[in-house]
Design a protein around this ligand. Structure first.
Ligand code: F3S
Length: 291
C-alpha cells in the first residue's frame, strides 16, 4: 500500500499566526485565551502546559492577564468589555475573518439586510453577527434562504470555512428575495484549497484518513468531502489508526484539518507507513510459509 499525503494540509495561515502570537505573549506575561485557541485538544493541552489557560467568559480573566482572542474573532462588545475592565487584548483574529467582520459592519451601516451563511452556533459566525448589528440573519441551508421574505437591499457573506458550492446555491436563492444583492466572497482560500486537494486525492485512493479535531468544523467538512468519494476515517491522533482499515487498500490518502499541527500529521503518516510495512512483512512471511 502506498501512502499519499495531500499537498496542502494542516495549519492554515490564520491558525499559525494565532499560535505564534499566543506563544510570544506568554513569554512576557500571564495569558488566557477566550475559548480554546484552536479546535485541537492536543495543541490546547500543550498550550496549557506552557501557561495559557482557557477561559470561557471574559469575567474569568484577571486584569493582569492578557486576553488572547482566537482566530475565529469575537463581537465588538468583547473588546469594549475588556477595555472597561482594564484587560489587555492580544487580538489573534485571522485577518480574513476581520475582513468578513468589517464587510458585515459596513453593509449594515449602508442599510443592507445582512445575511451570514454558516453554522450559527460557531463562534466565528456569532462574532460576525455581532459586527453586523442586531438585525443580521444567520442561515445555513437553501431551505432557510427560501423562507426569507423580500428585502430591498441584501448583503450576504459566508463563514470563512463554508463550501463554495453551498454558498453559490444560497446566493442563487437570495437573488429571488431582493432587487439588489451584494455578494461578499469571504470564503477562505486555505479552506477551498485544502478541500480541492483532498477531493482530488480521495478520488485516487482506496481509503482516506483525515486528521483533526472532531469538534473542528473544517476537519469535519474535509472528512465529508472525502467520504463522498472513498472510504474515510476521521481521527485525532495516530493511536486511533487501525490496520484493518487498510487491509484491502492499494493506496491510502492522508489529509488534515486547518487546526492540525505538523507533528500530529507526521506521527499519523509514520504510523500508516509502519502499518503498511508490517502488512508487507506479514504478506511475504505468508508467501514464504506457503512455499
Ligand atoms: Fe483564517 Fe482561513 Fe485559517 S480564515 S483562520 S486562514 S481557514
Amino acid at each position: 500500500m502506498k501512502v499519499k499525503r495531500a499537498a496542502k494540509a494542516g495549519f492554515c495561515f490564520g491558525v499559525k499566526r494565532a499560535l505564534d502570537m499566543a506563544e510570544r505573549t506568554v513569554e512576557t506575561s500571564s495569558a488566557v485565551s477566550l475559548g480554546p485557541l484552536i479546535h485541537n485538544q492536543q495543541v490546547v493541552k500543550r498550550l496549557e502546559e506552557r501557561g495559557i489557560q482557557v477561559v470561557n467568559a471574559l469575567e474569568e480573566a484577571k486584569s493582569e492577564q492578557a486576553l488572547i482572542i482566537r482566530s475565529h474573532g469575537v463581537a465588538p462588545n468583547v473588546y469594549h468589555e475588556a477595555e472597561s475592565k482594564g484587560i489587555q487584548v492580544v487580538d489573534a483574529t485571522c485577518p480574513f475573518v476581520q475582513k468578513a467582520q468589517r464587510l458585515a459592519a459596513e453593509s449594515a451601516q449602508m442599510g443592507q439586510q445582512v445575511i451570514v451563511m454558516g453554522d450559527k452556533l460557531h463562534p466565528e459566525v456569532q462574532g460576525i453577527l455581532g459586527w453586523a448589528g442586531e438585525h443580521a440573519i444567520p442561515i445555513q441551508t437553501v431551505e432557510e434562504a427560501k423562507e426569507l421574505p423580500f428585502y430591498p437591499h441584501l448583503a450576504v457573506l459566508a463563514q470563512t470555512t463554508q463550501l463554495t458550492e453551498n454558498y453559490e446555491r444560497i446566493v442563487e436563492e437570495l437573488k429571488l428575495h431582493t432587487d439588489e444583492l451584494t455578494v461578499h466572497n469571504t470564503i477562505c482560500n486555505a479552506t477551498a484549497e485544502r478541500q480541492m486537494v483532498a477531493r482530488e486525492l480521495a478520488e485516487m485512493v482506496d481509503v482516506m484518513v483525515v486528521v483533526g479535531g472532531r469538534n473542528s468544523a473544517n476537519t469535519r467538512k474535509l472528512a465529508s468531502i472525502c467520504a463522498e468519494r472513498t472510504k474515510t476515517y476521521l481521527i485525532e491522533t495516530a493511536e486511533e489508526l487501525e490496520s484493518v482499515w487498510f487491509q484491502e487498500a492499494k493506496e491510502a490518502g492522508l489529509t488534515a484539518g486547518a487546526s492540525t499541527p505538523d507533528w500530529i500529521i507526521e506521527e499519523v503518516y509514520k504510523k500508516m507507513t509502519e502499518i503498511n510495512d508490517n502488512e508487507m512483512d506479514m504478506a511475504s512471511w505468508a508467501e514464504n510459509f506457503q512455499e
